[in-house]
Write a protein of this length. Sequence first.
Lengths: 164, 214
Amino acid sequence: MNKELEHSFVTQIEENQNIVHKICRLYTNDSEAHNDLFQEITIQLWRAYPKFRGDSKFSTWMYRVALNTAITLYRKSKRTIKTQDFEGVSFKISSEPYDDTTEQQLKLMYRAVKDLNDIDKALVFLYLEDKNYKEISETLGISEVNARVKMNRIKGKLKNILNP
Amino acid sequence: MDELELLKKQWQSREQDLPHLSFNDIYKMLLKRSSSIVKWIFYISIAEIIFWTILSFLVPESNTKFNNDIGINNTLIVVNILNYSVFGVFIYLFYKNYRKISITDSVKELMQNILRARKTVKYFVIYNVTATALLLICVNFYYYLNQDIVFKYMVEDFGLSNVTQERFMSMFFLSQILIGTVLIVLILLFYRIIYGILMKRLYKNYKELEKIEL
């Protein structure tokens, strides 16, 4: 009976899994935690799937549920996100040759983003995903104005971290 | 905010080094629901022991006195201790099952663990029903052998009068059988509903896993 539902669900997750992986990477620090969060998000998505009516794109819905899961899970366990293995994150540049300074800047920026609180991080994540403010506000359930104000504040915060 | 723009650019070109999971990997995650079912079994077993403990405090004083007079109170205490120990072992086993299921990631192992969890529950139910039935039978058998004392203390402790011993004893055993049967039926019904539902779900997951394994 729900065999078909399961099949279509898993297929859609498989197609859109990059979204979840990126969230996991941003919210966790090692591969074990990454896998745990991925699984938790998958289960939450599956639970919420019957309510997904297709009036928004699957990926939009996925952003919302996945981020919510990452945020609540993060809150529940009160894990402090430290970026110990940050050095392991590589910024190999394939297309354009950046110099060392650029690479260094990127690393610092990434670290600063990872150190943000869970909600700010969700906002930056959507920004990095090239979502416009309307999409960001819909995904996070805040007003467009609020999203804009928040994003500006976060930009200031990041600036402060990078150039103290 | 140049750095953020830079990161954004990088962010989008980094997709290829993300891990990739297959259809089956993701499908398996859905079946991990088994672990939450087994977790519930563990919780319910704890709730059950708490329930029985609370119930034992509600037994009226006259009943304890009667058991004491008739000389089975100490035996009942020993039986109780034994029962709690067995219960404790089962709770530990349920916990172990839960831990095991939540950390396995191979389908085959998960299937084995589901089977083990189901088996533990089955033994738990068999133990509980048999132990209750056995206790009821033994106590009543003892009553039967010591009818005179039972009647004497019944009159003393519960203030009975105007009944002949013969008439009282036949009424007494009749009600014992009736209450005992109702009790066992209730226990069976309880297990049938609570564990029956959980077992069914576990079995369904097991069947699905079987399909992946093939």
